[in-house]
Design a protein around this ligand. Structure first.
Ligand SMILES: [Zn+2]
Length: 424
């Protein structure tokens, strides 16, 4: 391929990506069909590997390495087995830039459980199309984003062009539990002048996000026969008081939020996502474990949130007699971040998106975390999220609006031309 810079009219790029619509939708349907919940990501990664290879690129596995993760400041603690888990990455364009700026396009293959799946209108891992909507677990969060990345590159490659700096495509694991897939990509040495994570942002640019901590509160009492229950200490019952104490901490955290969250009613959310206690109706429950998620503002280290959680639990535990109570950590432990809204990435992606949709994208500070933080905080790479419009993510009948998937691909393709430059 010649190394002559080429500028293609935006309308040519828009229609080249438009021609990929069927391919984008088919990839999305195939991805939804792979039930990539935690520990079962590989069949989804095989589909991504084939999709990258089909672009004429060389997919490469980046396996999770527990040892390397264990000593990385951006990694989260985890108790589960990660053997056999790998990100799939590939590079389009030159290793050494020829005058353009490099880019990482990133998405996660893992999805959360669809249970109780009998609440869905149709099976969650069978993509169902209804008008402009496509239903299925992961359709929005975020297999549509992965399909849009592939569609953008596919359309540009069909135009016979190549970027003037590396465009790295990444399909990562473990975004929903630890973020360690993206951390492994950073450990692997991936850096870029910009990172776009195609989470379902409704074509807004997320340039700020909270940090998140997962923690477990372990309550141990004393088992006894229910017929002589007063001899035991039931671990389930004080757990409710501990939740109330954590809710009070949540209320405190929501008082006077700092910018960019100062206009938000309730930016910091505590979620008690799992409660496991007891093992027999006629036995006083000896143990109860609460699995919680709590957010914190950019600029406050996650270590300080750990301290506040532990202090809260210690104060509540001091009121209780006959129980052993402690806090342990497994999964997310990350900081938030804000990327300057004046940064070139925000401005140029905003312009590309406006050309694709006709509207200037809004800037949004997310009350959830994403892998974007890892590139920004540990990869020396400015990062944002931008992706399609989805509803009921992590909920029942999750769905994505198909035209917004195409618009995402179009915005990415236009941005690649502006950011990286094209040769051809
Ligand atoms: Zn997501």
């Amino acid at each position: 391929m010649s190394a002559t810079k080429r500028t293609i009219g935006p309308e040519v790029i828009l229609s080249a990506i438009g021609a990929e619509q069927a391919a984008i939708e088919q990839l999305l349907i195939d991805l939804v069909g792979a039930p990539t919940v935690l520990g079962q990501e590989q069949p989804g990664q095989e589909i991504m590997r084939a999709a990258f290879a089909d672009l004429g690129l060389e997919p490469r596995a980046v396996p999770l390495d527990p040892q390397a993760l264990g000593s990385h400041p951006g990694a989260a603690p985890f108790s589960w087995d990660v053997s056999g888990k790998a990100n799939v990455v590939c590079r389009w364009g030159p290793d050494e830039p020829r005058g353009g700026r490099s880019l990482i396009l990133n998405g996660h293959i893992d999805v959360v459980s669809p249970e109780p799946s009998d609440m869905w209108s149709s099976p969650p891992f069978v993509a169902r199309r209804d008008g402009e909507w496509l239903y299925g677990r992961g359709a929005g969060d975020m297999k549509a984003g992965l399909a849009a990345i592939v569609g953008a590159v596919r359309g540009l490659r069909r135009l016979g062009v190549e970027p003037r700096a590396a465009v790295d495509l990444q399909s990562v694991v473990e975004e929903e539990c630890s973020g360690n897939g993206a951390v492994q990509c950073v450990i692997d040495g991936r850096r870029a002048d910009a990172v776009i994570v195609t989470e379902p942002t409704s074509l807004a640019i997320w340039n700020s996000q909270v940090g998140v901590l997962w923690f477990q509160v372990v309550v141990r009492g004393r088992p006894a026969h229910a017929g002589s229950a007063p001899a035991g200490r039931n671990a389930i019952e004080p757990s409710l008081g501990l939740i109330a104490a954590l809710r009070a901490l949540e209320t405190e955290l929501n008082e006077e939020p700092p910018a960019p969250y100062d206009s938000y009613e309730h930016p910091i959310n505590l979620n008690v996502g799992i409660i496991r206690g007891g093992d027999w109706p006629s036995t006083v429950a000896a143990e109860c474990v609460l699995h919680c998620r709590l957010a914190h503002y950019p600029g406050t280290p996650v270590e300080s949130l750990r301290t506040r959680v532990e202090d809260t639990i210690a104060a509540a535990a001091a009121e209780l007699e006959g129980f052993e109570i402690h806090v342990r950590y497994d999964g997310f432990a990350c900081d938030g971040y804000t990327l300057d809204p004046e940064s070139p990435l925000v401005a140029e992606l905003g312009a590309a998106c406006e050309r694709a949709t006709g509207a200037r994208p809004e800037l949004y500070a997310s009350t959830a975390t994403t892998d974007a933080r890892t590139f920004q905080l540990f990869g020396e790479s400015p990062a944002v999220c931008l992706g399609p419009h989805a509803e009921a993510v992590h909920g029942i009948d999750e769905r994505v609006l198909l035209p917004s998937v195409l618009q995402t691909a179009q915005a990415l393709a236009l941005f690649i031309q502006e950011w990286c430059g094209l040769d051809g």
